[in-house]
Design a protein around this ligand. Structure first.
Ligand SMILES: Cc1cc2nc3c(=O)[nH]c(=O)nc-3n(C[C@H](O)[C@H](O)[C@H](O)COP(=O)(O)O)c2cc1C
Ligand code: SF4
Ligand code: FES
Length: 596
């Protein structure tokens, strides 16, 4: 036996939360890896016994997830090399680690004390560059000197927990309802109740489910997970109850570079999403909700789990749940390092303990979702808007923000700004204000060359396009999209081929590989950009790239391929001169650019 009795007991206790034991598989693999250090045949066999799976079947699932496939070492130092981290010196951190440890990125030292791994976005782009050692708390705003101090021993690396900077705030003059008031770091259940919390769920309990959905629809709430779908309308897609279970699947996977808002809600105001989830579940008449939190969010997972525990202890959840007059449960599942598990059907697969490969639709989740039962998938921020809508009404909510983009949102700003962070404001703030007034502007003397307004997959804008409002309709007029409202800013020294290269690397890494166009297209894009950036590009490469994007767009099972092609196509269209300059000069013509 490799795993202790205590670990087996933890796995058994977790299984009890699911209608199908395999819902606990990812949790079990984390528990096993935390104890054994790495996953191997014996561990897979022991874990598999809980789920009636052979070792090979467990290994196949585990092979899909980055967090289960890292080199074995006492301290695995993961350096985020997503775009906002690269813009803030991530490559320098990788080099420092390689130099100090005498080993290459992606490998472990011969004595097994350390390994260095480059990882995609850790969801904390506002505190870039970011490191994580094993499954410990993040090391944010990391510097080469600090990293050097961590690399003196595995114990020093594992124990390195500089305080988490507070980077989210309600913008001045704004009536906030997502983040805690008065800059409080975290609201307890009592504080949440004192500020009016859990009254909305009681009120919703007096309403018909269809009226809850209608109120949210009238309010104009649109999903905050990236696609901006009308939330109340989505709730009406659920079929009438048939006596069997129905689920709400809550998406807190947050893995798109530039997007780091859900973590702020979960860590600072954990009872707000719980109340919002309860209201959404009432509207769709769900029996239970499952929250899928990305595996790297160790702290958010712990805080949310504790808050759910508090809610059970206070009689808010469980038998006779507040407002429900019946049983209602919420449980949390950890992800394991795969961006595609944020895509709704990839997430459902992962929640069922499988590889997170998106499903072909139809059938849509409302018809056949989690464990083949009717399911609504909702982003965790989206749910967090429901309490204020129920308490203050659709008209009040609609009066905030812009037509077709109502309510506050958590705007992110990262990259080359002095005050990166999350700002709660009504939709429709000017992009220029987000960068200069809230984000503090750029380093003195620098100007904006490019901004991605809403998470990595949204089309990039040029620096002369920032006098646009950040909302669904306005961004369309300049050829972009709101996405997750997380802006990534690049200054005038930045090489746009490098930026496009980092983005292509992300999509190539995260494609699940099911669709030929996505698998081959993301790989081809990455390799071509790498060549162009290295000065080995040919003029015809640019036409081939454009063809590749057309080959990917709208032809695949899920929207990852679309996002990858939109992002890359926009860089080529907006900054073609940068590409041509590389090909002509046979090298990168931006010596002061950030490194990748
Ligand atoms: C590749 C890909 C990744 C996604 N990642 C996330 C994510 O991390 N979090 C999220 O809420 N939605 C994500 N989405 C959107 C979800 O598919 C889905 O639209 C969303 O969770 C629905 O919730 P909403 O309507 O409340 O936004 C992603 C979509 C795609 C195509
Ligand atoms: S589009 Fe890409 S990520 Fe989505 S299912 Fe196809 S291969 Fe997988
Ligand atoms: S945390 Fe590094 S790019 Fe997001």
């Amino acid at each position: 036996m490799v795993l202790s009795a205590a670990t087996h007991e933890k796995i058994r206790a977790e299984i009890a939360h699911y209608p199908n034991a395999r819902g606990a598989l990812l949790y079990a693999l984390h528990a096993a890896r935390d104890e054994a250090g790495a996953l191997g045949k014996e561990v897979f066999a022991e874990v598999g016994e809980h789920f009636g799976m052979r070792a090979g079947e467990v290994a196949e699932v585990a092979s899909f997830y980055s967090l289960y496939n890292q080199p074995k070492a006492a301290a695995v130092v993961q350096v985020c090399t997503g775009l906002p981290c690269c813009l803030n010196g991530a490559r320098g951190l990788v080099r420092e680690a390689e130099k100090r440890l005498g080993t290459k990125s992606g490998t472990a030292t011969a004595d097994g004390r350390f390994a260095i791994v480059e990882v995609e976005c850790l969801g904390s782009c506002g505190t870039a560059p970011v490191l994580q050692v094993n499954r410990n708390l993040y090391v944010e705003r990391a510097t080469p000197d600090y990293l050097a101090s961590m690399l003196t021993s595995p114990e020093a690396a594992i124990g390195a927990h500089p305080p988490t900077p507070l980077i989210s705030q309600i913008a001045e003059g704004v009536e906030g309802y997502l983040l805690p008031p008065n800059g409080q770091r975290r609201l307890t259940v009592e504080e949440y109740k004192q500020s009016g919390g859990y009254q909305a769920v009681v009120k919703a309990g007096t309403m018909e489910p269809k009226d809850i959905a209608a109120t949210v629809k009238d309010a104009g709430l649109r999903g905050r997970g990236g696609a901006g779908f009308a939330t109340g309308l989505k709730w009406t897609f659920m079929p009438p109850p048939d006596g069997g279970p129905r689920y709400l699947a809550v998406n807190a996977d947050e893995s798109e570079p530039g997007t780091f808002k859900d973590r702020q809600i979960m860590e600072r105001n954990p009872h707000l999403p719980i109340e919002g989830i309860m209201i959404a579940a009432m509207a769709i008449q769900a029996n239970a909700a499952f929250i899928y939190i990305r595996g790297e969010y160790v702290e958010a997972y712990r805080i949310m789990r504790a808050a759910i525990g508090e809610a059970y202890a206070a009689g808010i959840l469980g038998e006779n749940a507040l407002g429900f007059n019946r049983r209602f449960d919420i449980h949390i599942q950890p992800g394991a390092g795969a961006y595609i598990c944020g895509e709704e059907s990839g997430m459902l697969e992962s929640m069922e303990g499988k590889k997170g490969q998106p499903r072909k639709r139809p059938p849509f989740p409302a018809v056949r979702g989690l464990w083949q039962r009717p399911t609504t998938v909702e982003n965790i921020e989206t749910c967090s808007h429901a309490p204020v809508i129920i308490m203050r009404g659709a008209d009040w909510y609609k009066s905030i923000g812009m037509p077709n983009s109502s309510g506050n949102t958590l705007f992110g700003v990262s990259g080359h700004v002095k005050r990166p962070g999350i700002y709660e404001m009504p939709l429709g703030v000017k992009l220029r204000d987000l960068i200069y007034k809230y984000g503090g502007g750029l380093e003195d003397g620098r100007t904006v060359k490019a901004v991605i307004p809403g998470g990595l997959s949204m089309p990039v804008l040029r620096g002369d396009q920032i006098d646009v409002a950040v909302d669904h309709e306005s961004l369309k007029t300049v050829g972009s999209l709101l996405g997750t409202a997380g802006a990534i800013v690049m200054d005038d020294r930045s090489c746009m081929v490098r930026a496009a290269l980092v983005i292509a690397r992300f999509f190539e890494h995260e494609s699940c590989g099911q669709c030929t166009q996505c698998r081959e297209g993301t790989g081809w894009t990455y390799r071509t950009l790498k060549r162009i950036e290295a000065g080995e590009g040919r003029p015809q490469d640019l036409d081939t790239l454009a063809d590749t994007f057309n080959f990917m767009d709208g032809k695949c099972i899920c929207a990852l391929a679309d996002g990858a092609s939109w992002a890359s196509r926009a860089f080529l269209k907006q900054f073609r001169a940068d590409y041509e300059a590389h090909i002509e000069a046979k090298k990168c013509p931006f010596p002061e650019s950030f490194d990748v």
